[in-house]
Ligand binder design. Structure first.
Ligand SMILES: Cc1ncc(COP(=O)(O)O)c(C=O)c1O
Length: 345
């Protein structure tokens, strides 16, 4: 019985166990239902078995060896992947300006960071994609145990993960891909290829683009290493089963015809927006990340105008471009509002 099935089952047992609210007493009224699902590892509920089954099913859906549910974001997945793939004193190749979890992971594992540089795409004012040519010199001159790349980048530049994996294999290094911003990729052919079946380890944040609650995420392993032991070193022994159950439901939804239809509707709506705004230039490799610039205005000016004149807040901007992030919950109405604003730029 998976987690979702477990929550449908009624039990008449009297539990003298944690959690102390006993699924009945609630302090925050708005979270009343949440308390009902907040259970512990009792014989009555046995949620560990439910979690194991749900994770096994997820691995089948993604085509991975292991898929682990995370309730502490992709950050915890990066840390667990490095802990799983390395021994203390090993060298790990990371981008000098990567998400902070990359360096934290290297430090926590007692490893040594080797920093690589990425070129900045001058047209868009953001880091460009990664390539084997960028990474090979570092692999040639250092004995690297693991390489961490970010693909897609925040702005939606996507690397050829297969080519980088081939390079890592040649040098005997594990590849860890931070696909935090690409959790929809496995569910649409119109989106870039996901790293989940290519990279040794891949992390994805469900909460960023795939409709998940903060901070739900996934760690996929495609190699011989099951990251469960590494995860147990950083995870609580009292996990949140309500959050874990939302992960199971989230994956089932993304994989359903309804979920895939919703993703394709989002893509179609963004395509329509792009086609209608000929005054705006669009960039990046991932259509769901609306990266824009204009000949008339700087990135800072577009950002300010969107916010002050149209009440539209972007994810981030630089002097050249502005990034508006979309996800499975981005409605047609919201995109229409953006379209109207962009047409007035
Ligand atoms: C590229 C990248 N990697 C990892 C993370 C961490 O993700 P999470 O918030 O799920 O821990 C972020 C978060 O902003 C990110 O932008």
């Amino acid at each position: 019985m998976s987690l979702i099935q477990l929550f449908r089952k009624k039990s008449h047992n009297a539990l003298f166990t944690t959690p102390s609210h006993g699924q009945n007493f609630f302090i925050v009224n708005k979270f009343r239902q949440f308390y009902k699902f907040d259970i512990s590892e009792t014989d009555t509920h046995n949620p560990e078995e439910g979690l194991r089954l749900a994770q096994d099913k997820a691995a089948q859906i993604y085509g991975t060896k292991y898929t682990s549910f995370l309730t502490n974001g992709s950050s915890s997945g990066i840390i667990a992947a490095v802990l799983a793939a390395t021994e203390p004193e090993n060298k790990v190749l990371i981008h000098e300006d990567a998400h902070q979890s990359h360096l934290n992971a290297v430090k926590l594992a007692g490893c040594k960071p080797v920093f690589y540089k990425l070129p900045v795409n001058n047209e868009w004012g953001a880091y460009d994609k990664n390539t084997p040519e960028i990474l090979e010199p570092y692999l040639k001159t250092n004995k690297i145990k693991a390489v961490i790349i970010t693909s897609p980048t925040y702005e939606g530049f996507v690397s050829d993960v297969q080519a980088i994996k081939d390079l890592c294999k040649e040098y005997g290094a594990y590849l860890i891909t931070d696909e935090a911003h690409g959790a929809l990729y496995p569910f649409s052919d119109e989106l870039p290829q996901s790293a989940v079946k290519i990279s040794d380890f891949t992390v994805q944040s469900l909460h960023k683009t795939a409709g998940g609650l903060n901070p739900t995420a996934l760690l996929h392993s495609n190699c011989e290493i099951n990251p469960a032991k590494a995860l147990s070193m950083i995870n609580t022994t009292s996990p949140s089963y309500p959050l874990l159950a939302t992960i199971e439901a989230n994956i089932n939804f993304l994989n359903s015809s309804c979920g895939r239809k919703k993703i394709n509707e989002l893509i179609q709506n963004i395509k329509n927006l792009k086609n209608s705004c000929s005054n705006i230039e669009f960039g990046g490799d991932d259509i769901t990340k609306i990266l824009i610039k204009s000949k008339k205005l700087t990135g800072d000016e577009i950002s300010e105008k969107l916010y002050l004149d149209f009440g539209i807040e972007d994810e981030r901007n630089n002097s050249k471009s502005v990034l508006l992030l979309c996800g499975i919950g981005t409605s047609y109405k919201k995109l229409l509002r953006l379209q109207k604003a962009l047409l007035k730029m």
